[in-house]
Design a protein around this ligand. Structure first.
Ligand SMILES: [Zn+2]
Ligand SMILES: [Zn+2]
Length: 224
């Protein structure tokens, strides 16, 4: 540090008498006053930044972008589930229609046998029991569709990826306080903070997609 005797001249007019402790430049009194005015102007700018941030911190009608991100994920996931359910319903309907068609054919065959046997009167208890057994079996198939099932699709892990919220540790946020941190404080604090994150909370369990599955090959009632 230079002594008063070795004072360097003003950067504006070569008549230096004062040194700014911030920028360590030398000034005469008028230029020092001018320098202070420049600093006052910068102070106003800092205050303006502060006021703007304070305004932005106030609760507003606008939705936070991260909140929108969750909304978007929710809508997309719901759509995927709806699409899967729609596909499963359509597949199920196809299987039900096929099953119904086969039952109708089988019932037609039995009707023919009943008609011809009734006319020729050659039937016995044996035939009657067999026809009754077949009719009851068809009734069950119609009511419960035992050859069709809705199962979890284990082959597709899940087309929906669950989300969770993470809080990322930040040196900058940690240091926010009433007084500004000095460079040495910044250095020491950043050394003491370990980086990492923790899970804030989990979303619901991972739902699997559903598929319509045929458990057994279609049953044949009468071959004729
Ligand atoms: Zn200065
Ligand atoms: Zn000067």
């Amino acid at each position: 540090m230079a002594s008063n005797r070795e004072q360097k001249p003003c950067i504006g007019c070569e008549k230096g008498v004062a040194t700014c402790s911030g920028c360590e430049k030398h000034f005469c009194l008028p230029h020092f006053t001018e320098h202070r005015q420049e600093l006052d102007k910068r102070m106003d700018e800092v205050m303006h930044e502060h006021d703007q941030l304070l305004e932005a911190l106030k609760p507003q009608g606008t939705v936070h972008p991260l909140m929108s991100q969750i909304d978007t994920w929710e809508q997309a996931s719901i759509q995927k589930i709806k699409d899967t359910a729609k596909q499963a319903r359509e597949d199920l309907q196809v299987h039900l229609d096929c099953s119904r068609d086969r039952l109708t054919d089988s019932l037609g065959n039995i009707a023919q046998q009943l008609k011809s046997n009734q006319a020729s009167t050659v039937y016995t208890e044996k035939e009657l029991d067999e026809w009754l057994r077949q009719l009851k079996q068809m009734q069950q198939t119609l009511e419960k569709s035992p050859n069709i099932d809705v199962i979890k699709d284990e082959e597709i892990h899940s087309s929906i990826h669950m989300i969770k919220v993470l809080e990322k540790f930040s040196t900058e946020e940690h240091l926010m306080g009433n007084k500004a941190a000095t460079q040495s404080e910044l250095a020491s604090t950043s050394m003491s903070i370990s980086t990492g994150s923790f899970i804030s909370h989990f979303m619901i369990d991972n739902p699997s997609g559903y598929i319509v599955n045929l458990k057994t090959p279609p049953m044949k009632y009468l071959s004729n």
